[in-house]
Design a protein around this ligand. Sequence first.
Ligand code: GDP
Ligand code: MG
Length: 166
Amino acid sequence: RWDSSSLAGSGARLLSYGRRPNGQQRISSSRLTVNAVGDIISRFERKGFALKGLKLFQTPQDLAEEHYSELKERPFFPALVKYIVSGPVVWEGPGVVASARKLIGATNPLNAEPGTIRGDFAIVSGRNVVHGSDSPANGEREIALWFKEGELVDWEPTVLPWVLEL
Ligand code: GDP
Ligand code: MG
């Protein structure tokens, strides 16, 4: 019999994307489960995306249900809604939607490449650590769900000209 230890605490479920008037996109994410919040956030920062929003709070069930409303007929829906316990993170940058999907990896961690968040921190779909919006439109929808007016920070990283060909 193998020894086992339980994972408790926090990893962040990230989450939504959107296209902005300046051609940038935003993503938000939220979920705490693997004691790797800093590591996960760090991967997006290293990539060069700008952190625009971050909130830690107990996710109300109705918010989680609305966030995943497209999946409400799926058998894992009740478990999924319970799994989102933390809060959203918003990242902004060109192509952040597609890029974040790559950083996050496949839905089933079994298919997620090593080096991706799910490839490195997860084993099963029902505990795959992070959410990433699947389209710019859904990103905006999710950000509107999780953040109120004035809760995203309007700033540009000073390194931006070294990250983007502005
Ligand atoms: P994502 O965009 O890669 O997060 O995947 P989906 O939007 O299809 O599903 C949302 C979340 O539902 C996934 O990240 C998983 O946490 C969960 N999920 C999806 N498919 C399954 C499944 O077959 N079993 C379980 N237990 N959870 C699932
Ligand atoms: Mg999805």
